[in-house]
Design a protein around this ligand. Structure first.
Ligand SMILES: Cc1cc2nc3c(=O)[nH]c(=O)nc-3n(C[C@H](O)[C@H](O)[C@H](O)COP(=O)(O)O)c2cc1C
Length: 326
């Protein structure tokens, strides 16, 4: 979980509890990612993964991006800051990939796109298991062709960014986890990791019974002791003022599920421009956080956000596994 929630402490706690935690490679300088990997390795012999964002392309809606950025200026001023430069970047993807090849972690997962098969094969040759996040049966077929060892199926209930291969708005792009799992399971023999809206031991048992090999949860860990989510974000997840989630491009220019707050409501028409919008809104989000204003922060969360508990990651894992462990 890029952006703060995933910490080495969370990944170490997961490994020590028999689960598989992922360090976030996204939004992080390659050296910082390497330092986090070193910290996990020095603290636990357990397995862990590292997640990378596959870069897309610069926006195809430059006029809409400029117009959107202009609408943010007053709000930024009110927060005592300025809108960030709406720059495209590739999140240092090649440098991170190189680093992972040089010091291969047990698992690498990709999101926001399909890595090329050369990258997949190079990681596999280095001894790394490769997972690719998919959100539709078509993406699952492409990930299979790219040579993935396993697929992470992300249903539309999931918190934060949709892991879709493109940032377009298309018909039938938001598959609930149950139907995505049923559809992909029918045509794919790879191990499947099911993600999206899971919160209870029953949810976990249900996806395993439906053919998933593993269940993946994000939102359930946002409030845990080891989560690096900001205290305001943790509080919002349990605050009755925030009672629902919605998919929005308001914060980043890429579709993401977030708690519904004023910023999301005020910016319904944000363009498909990632990470340009993310870079533009960063100073606003930081200033809102500094001012204690959760209504203007990105509060990414899945549909099961009310199940997120304030306790240790080990306790959450123990509870979630209680329905499936012998
Ligand atoms: C705050 C937050 C940040 C996330 N960041 C990433 C990320 O960097 N990379 C990724 O592949 N998935 C990311 N995810 C998605 C999770 O990997 C997973 O698909 C999702 O959390 C599952 O749905 P759930 O949140 O309902 O449990 C994030 C999820 C959340 C809630």
């Amino acid at each position: 979980m890029a952006g703060g929630p995933s910490t080495p402490a969370l990944v170490i706690a997961a490994a020590e509890s028999g689960a598989l935690g992922f360090l976030a490679g996204g939004y992080k300088a390659p050296d910082d990612m390497a330092a986090e990997i070193a910290r996990v390795r020095s603290s636990t012999p357990g397995a862990f993964g590292v997640n990378l964002f596959v870069p897309g392309h610069a926006t195809r809606q430059p006029a809409a991006l400029s117009a959107y950025v202009a609408t943010l200026e007053k709000e930024a001023g009110d927060l005592g800051t300025a809108v960030g430069a709406p720059r495209w970047d590739d999140d240092a993807y090649d440098a991170k990939l190189e680093l992972l090849l040089a010091d291969p972690p047990p698992v690498v997962s990709f999101t926001f796109g399909c890595p090329d098969s050369a990258a997949v094969m190079a990681l596999q040759a280095a001894g790394t298991v490769v997972a690719i996040t998919v959100t539709t049966p078509d993406e699952a077929a492409r990930a299979q062709r790219a040579g993935a060892d396993c697929l992470c199926l992300q249903g539309c209930e999931a918190g934060a960014h949709r892991g879709s291969f493109t940032n377009d708005t298309g018909p039938a792009q938001d598959h609930p986890l149950a139907s995505l799992l049923a559809g992909v399971r029918a045509s794919c023999d790879l191990p499947l990791i099911a993600a999206g809206g899971l919160g209870s031991p029953q949810d976990v048992a249900a996806v395993l019974a439906a053919g998933a090999t593993q269940a993946q949860l994000g939102t359930a860990f946002l409030r845990c002791t080891e989560s690096g989510a900001h205290p305001l974000y943790k509080a919002a997840l349990a605050d009755p003022r925030f009672s629902s989630t919605a998919i929005t491009r308001a914060f980043s220019g890429r579709r993401a599920r977030s708690l519904v707050n004023d910023f999301l409501r005020d910016h319904e028409g944000a363009p498909a421009a990632y990470p340009e919008v993310n870079n533009a809104t960063r100073p606003l989000r930081a200033a809102a956080q500094a001012a204690g204003d959760a209504q203007r922060m990105s509060l990414y969360a899945g549909e099961g956000f009310r199940a997120a508990e304030q306790c240790s990651a080990a306790e959450i894992i123990e509870r979630l596994a209680s329905g499936v462990r012998p």
